[in-house]
Design a protein around this ligand. Structure first.
Ligand code: NAP
Length: 307
């Protein structure tokens, strides 16, 4: 049996593509991965997803996405795809237990925020640790927080976070920032932003399962200080989950999938949506929107092929 569409990835982009292709009677097969649900599974309250005026928990939102996709006939498999073959049509997608043939593939494997690798970091994600200032800044009104990183994201997010927090400390591992001069200057000039350069966060302290402080080491002097705060934002970059597709579809220099004309990749009949092809907006709602685009593009592609 040759499938109409296989969707790889189960964040807002993948499940939205599943809702749309399901409703188009294409009976999508979703490889949700062993860690299904994407980055929203790592957050608590989501307050910027339209349609939920009181907010919704990230995992609950993803369960809603999945239920909605299944309601329209999506088949969800909780396995990682281990190999794809786009060299001949129909395409082949392989997981640990099965290999399927499909007319179209929608790639929505997302991106992963890089983490510092501290023991408490993942456990306190959504409880004081965050990788998304746009999503979580609002929860830190009147509080003291820190952001790790020296790139444009760290500067942009530090500046954004001053809308809510009383004080934002930027912690960067070198004495020179990587960010563009204009974004650096904006952060440097901001009265609420302070810098700890040549420094690394070496420990996160918690109270009642929430962040209450961090230990920061000066990498030149070796001196360690405790900083009391309630929020730690990690902005040290993202890695697109494109390892499977390297050499199979065209990627940008930064490793994200290159899309043209909507969601089309360099391979006819293979589409991409969500953070795996978006290094600019990276929001759940933009991912969902692009999932809808990929579904419509795939449906039209199948129709156009007349098969
Ligand atoms: P980035 O430019 O790669 O910067 C990552 C920062 O995190 C660097 O300062 C790096 O330090 C630091 N870092 C990396 N690994 C670390 C670790 N393990 N521990 C501590 N620090 C670590 O990433 P980004 O800021 O997310 O930006 C990504 C791309 O998007 C860039 O091209 C950027 O220009 C663009 N962007 C543009 C805008 C805008 O124009 N509005 C906004 C956001 C992002 P080192 O400097 O020492 O390597």
């Amino acid at each position: 049996m040759v499938r109409e569409v296989v969707i790889i990835g189960s964040g807002p982009a993948g499940y939205t593509a599943a809702v749309y292709t399901g409703r188009a009677q294409l009976a999508p097969l979703v490889f949700a991965g062993s860690l299904s649900g994407g980055q929203l599974m790592l957050t608590t309250d989501v307050e910027n997803y339209p349609g939920f005026p009181e907010g919704i928990m990230g995992p609950e939102l993803m369960e809603n996405f999945r239920n909605q996709a299944e309601r329209f006939g999506a088949e969800v498999v909780y396995e990682d795809v281990v190999e794809v073959d786009f060299s001949s049509h129909p395409y082949r997608v392989k997981s640990a237990s099965q290999e399927v043939e499909t007319k179209t593939v929608i790639i929505s494997t997302g991106a992963s925020a890089k983490l510092l690798g501290l023991e408490a970091e993942s456990r306190l994600m959504g409880h004081g640790v965050s990788t998304c200032a746009t999503c979580d800044g609002f929860f830190f009104r009147g509080q003291e927080i820190a952001i790790v990183g020296g790139g444009d994201s760290a500067m942009e997010e530090a500046t954004f976070l001053t809308r809510f927090a009383d004080k934002v400390t930027v912690i960067h591992r070198r004495d020179a920032l990587r960010a563009s001069k204009i974004m650096q200057q904006k952060a440097i000039d901001h009265p609420k932003i302070e810098f700890m350069l040549d420094s690394a966060v070496t420990e996160i302290f918690e109270q009642d399962s929430k962040v209450c402080g961090i230990e920061v080491e000066n990498l030149k002097s070796g001196e360690k200080v405790r900083v009391d705060l309630t929020g730690l934002f990690v902005a040290i970059g993202h890695t697109p989950n494109t390892q499977l597709f390297d050499g199979k579809v065209e990627l940008h220099d930064n490793g994200y999938i290159r899309c043209t004309d909507g969601s089309r990749t360099s391979v006819d009949g293979v589409f991409a949506c969500g953070d795996v092809q978006d290094f600019t907006y990276r929001q759940a709602i933009t991912a969902a929107g692009s999932g809808c685009m990929a579904a419509i593009d795939a449906e039209r592609w199948i129709e156009h092929q007349g098969n």
